[in-house]
Design a protein around this ligand. Structure first.
Ligand code: CP
Length: 323
């Protein structure tokens, strides 16, 4: 039987709800195991047996392409039995509650649930009623732990042995509504990066106060000045403008956003030469970044997507793998 690895005896997590629950050692272990998984994927040495005989449900109450498919591929790479909850044809539309849904899945032999939900906190509620493993695939504005881990993995690979310590990472876009940003803040500052959050004032609300309240070794910078954020940046992460989460007043003028904040080859001239550009996707091309940049040689956007599979294999094997 071939496995990605066993769960170490000191592994604490029954669930993965937020990156803030992970120790530095646990994050390191996930990234190391993701390197092994990446090698297995690239050489086609699959499937592995970490989830053999285990049933996993994908419960996505909000749309997803990257997270849902990469969790599915990751689980199949580990021989998991994957079932989907098709939300529009499920009893959730008849008013079935989250506790009822997850207890029902457990009665059907599901041991692991990967959940995305528009409400912040929904996976925590679900975990209270589910005896198996709950993995948060993005809840409201709050957290997206597997995305932050794959972003960290992608950046570490890009920077090589010197890693992220002392690197300036500019995160630009709709900071306010971004669960990706909140989770990345934790993992990037934990890795020693100097993080700059940048966007229109209305989309930075609350972050200045939060930055001041952080422990000294996790402080970050907040600015509406794109030049200040990009100057000498080692990497730039653009975030999607989430118009579905905004009212008209907040959304403002898209044209004004594009003229002030869209990342272009020219603006990237302020960053360090060859600084990579990331975006968790989906990209509104021409709005957060130019189409040429998103598809160009400095873009790590598809590398992030590719890395989603091995990072999620590592997460699944550690959180939900066989004893
Ligand atoms: N990055 C991300 O969460 O993308 P999806 O919404 O396509 O899963």
């Amino acid at each position: 039987m071939s496995r990605l690895g066993q769960r170490p005896p000191d592994w604490a997590g029954q669930h993965l709800l937020d990156v803030t629950d992970l120790s530095a050692g646990a994050i390191e272990l996930i990234l190391e195991r993701a390197e092994v998984a990446r090698e297995r994927v690239s050489t086609g040495s699959l499937p592995l047996d970490d989830l053999r005989g285990r049933r996993l449900a994908l419960l996505f109450v909000e749309p997803s392409t990257r997270t849902r498919l990469s969790f599915e591929i990751a689980a199949r790479n580990l021989s998991g039995d994957v079932v989907h909850v098709d939300v529009p044809t499920s009893s959730m539309v008849k008013g079935e509650s989250i506790p009822d849904t997850v207890r029902t899945l457990h009665a059907l032999g599901v041991e692991t649930i990967v959940m995305r939900h528009p409400r912040s906190g929904a996976p925590w509620l679900a975990a209270n009623y589910f005896p198996g493993h709950m993995l948060n695939a993005g809840d409201g504005w709050h957290a997206h732990p597997s995305q932050a881990l794959l972003d960290l993995f992608t950046l570490r690979r890009a920077f090589g042995e010197h890693g992220l310590r002392g690197r300036k990472v500019a995160v630009v876009g709709d900071i306010l509504h971004s669960r990706v940003c909140r989770s990345n803040l934790w993992t990037l500052t934990g890795a020693g990066a100097e993080v700059w959050l940048c966007g229109p004032r209305a989309l930075l609300q609350g972050f200045e106060a939060w930055a001041k309240a952080m422990p000294a070794d996790r402080r970050f910078n907040v600015t509406d000045d794109l030049d200040a954020a990009l100057r000498d940046a080692d990497a730039v992460m653009a975030l999607r403008i989430q118009r579905e989460r905004m009212d008209e007043a907040l959304a403002g003028s898209l044209g004004e956003y594009v003229s002030r904040y869209r990342i272009s080859e020219e603006r990237l001239g302020l960053a360090r030469p060859a600084a990579p550009v990331l975006h968790p996707g989906p990209v509104n091309e021409g709005i957060e970044v130019t189409g040429e940049l998103a598809a160009g040689p400095r873009s790590l956007v598809l590398e992030q997507v590719r890395n989603g599979v091995p990072v999620r294999m590592a997460i699944l094997s550690l959180v939900a793998g066989r004893e």
